[in-house]
Design a protein around this ligand. Structure first.
Ligand SMILES: *Cc1c(COP(=O)(O)O)cnc(C)c1O
Length: 452
């Protein structure tokens, strides 16, 4: 077994020595870089040979312990994983050489449940064991989150009932779907929602201003549950290992496929793809990763041209991927280096318009009777483009959201096939509780100080 992770560094400073508590409670390194382990641990060949014998929580424990066991005892990680990953991750065979990995069976029906649920439990453990940002056991830690939809739901449900933590979610009024809004506002307990009369950018600006308000931070312990947090990103490596474990025997039998395994990942901030890359570095035999995007295609353009050129965000049907400047790209180049050719050996990029995405949704319901929502449809298209241009492989599409959450973005012939899961339907009947505010910092600050 390779050396253990001893500390965390910054993508901008390999000399930094950060603890897990720094990583979890600060999200961003002091120099503005992103936290990474001092090296990525490699799991031995025997582990990959036998991984199909493990349950999902047991597999998760091994992957996560390789990174975290110097900071969190393995027994604690095992019980956190058993509690956090207690839902199914089915691999649905869709076509020859194409599986859909359904990551949307968690409580908020998004793959972000993996990261948010794990992170909430790690935060709670660090607080309970005296490794939190405050030594005062009476003082709550405030998690602030600005959301355009999916993140808020996963974080709210992930942190619901977590002792010592209060969550404040800011969302743009009228700009999230009805069911998404209920996921943010109908939970109660330690979750509070602020409905901001403005855009997502206003919400994010308020949160940023709070973090840079030294006087406020004297009075409150603030932290974020941002997608750049390494403890939200790392648990996403688990389901790629799960897919490998479920498919490896079939892959070995179909000699035509040459043991080639490829994941297509519908991407926005590139956390999900970065997690797959980390797993590959850990020794999981993954041939390539497809960066599948909508019109916000900075990464596919880079992979084709060698020029990295962020552009303003454009609105699309797959709106959780509407990101002009992906925050995790800095981690990806930290792992793969900056050389365009070297990066191109592992990542392949494809991007698709809303028109093409809609056609794919219609075609797949028609040909296969399977519902693709817009994000997963982009992933499916990316895999098909990859397979057209490369040797045969076993392809897996990461299905990032439940179709019930994106009914408005689907053609009617597809939307009519969707059954709304009971737990989402149940939320629809619960009362919305949110405080309506103008996008004004003084009001936001007063709310926080009045609701400690
Ligand atoms: C967040 C999200 C994505 C994008 O994931 P990244 O890790 O930001 O690349 C894709 N699809 C859905 C449904 C999401 O919620």
């Amino acid at each position: 077994m390779a050396a253990l992770v001893s500390h965390f560094i910054s993508t901008r400073n390999p000399q930094l020595k950060a603890t897990l508590s720094d990583v979890v409670f600060r999200s961003l390194a002091p120099d503005g870089g992103l936290y990474m382990p001092n090296h990525i641990p490699v799991l031995p060949a025997e582990f990959w040979q036998n991984c199909h014998t493990l349950t999902l929580p047991a597999l998760a424990t091994e992957i996560l312990a390789a990174h975290l066991k110097q900071f969190v005892p393995k027994e604690v990680l095992a019980s956190i994983c058993a509690d956090a990953f207690d839902f199914e991750v089915p691999l649905v065979p869709l076509e020859q050489g194409v599986h859909v990995m359904e990551l949307f069976h968690g409580p908020s029906l998004a793959f972000k449940d993996f990261g948010a649920r794990f992170m909430a439990r790690i935060m709670a453990y660090l607080l309970q064991s005296g490794q939190g940002p405050t030594q005062d056991a009476q003082q709550s830690v405030h998690v602030l989150v600005a959301t355009s939809g999916d993140t808020g739901g996963a974080v709210a449900m992930g942190f619901l009932g977590t002792p010592g933590i209060k969550v404040t979610i800011l969302y743009p009024s009228g700009k999230v779907s009805h069911l998404q809004e209920k996921q943010l506002t109908a939970l109660g307990q330690n979750i509070r929602a602020l409905e901001v009369n403005g855009s997502f950018d206003h919400c994010q600006a308020l949160v940023k201003q709070a973090f840079s308000d030294a006087d406020l931070r004297e009075q409150l312990v603030l932290t974020s549950a941002n997608s750049i947090n390494y403890c939200r990103l790392l648990p996403q490596a688990v389901y790629y290992a799960w897919a490998y474990a479920q498919l490896k025997d079939q892959l070995a039998q179909e000699t035509r496929l040459g043991n080639r395994l490829v994941f297509s990942i519908p991407s926005g901030n590139y956390g999900n793809l970065c997690a797959a890359l980390i797993l590959r570095e850990m020794g999981c035999p993954i041939t390539a990763l497809v960066a599948s995007s909508n019109a916000n295609n900075v990464v596919p353009r880079f992979l084709q041209s060698g020029t990295y050129e962020p552009k303003p965000t454009v609105a699309t049907l797959s709106n959780a991927m509407d990101v002009g400047q992906p925050s995790n790209w800095e981690r990806i180049t930290h792992i793969l280096g900056h050389d365009h050719k070297a990066i191109g050996k592992v990542l392949v990029g494809h991007d698709f318009s809303d028109e093409v995405t809609t056609l794919a949704m219609e075609q797949i319901i028609h040909l296969r009777g399977y519902v693709l929502e817009p994000h997963t449809a982009v992933g499916y298209l990316g895999l098909k483009s990859y397979q057209k241009n490369h040797l045969p492989c076993m392809g897996v599409v990461a299905a990032t959201a439940h179709p019930a959450k994106f009914l408005e973005a689907m053609p009617a012939v597809v939307a009519q096939e969707v059954t709304i899961p009971e737990r989402l339907a149940a939320l629809a009947d619960r009362e919305k509780v949110a405080t309506y505010i103008e996008p004004d910092y003084t009001t936001f600050r007063q709310f926080l100080l009045a609701n400690t």
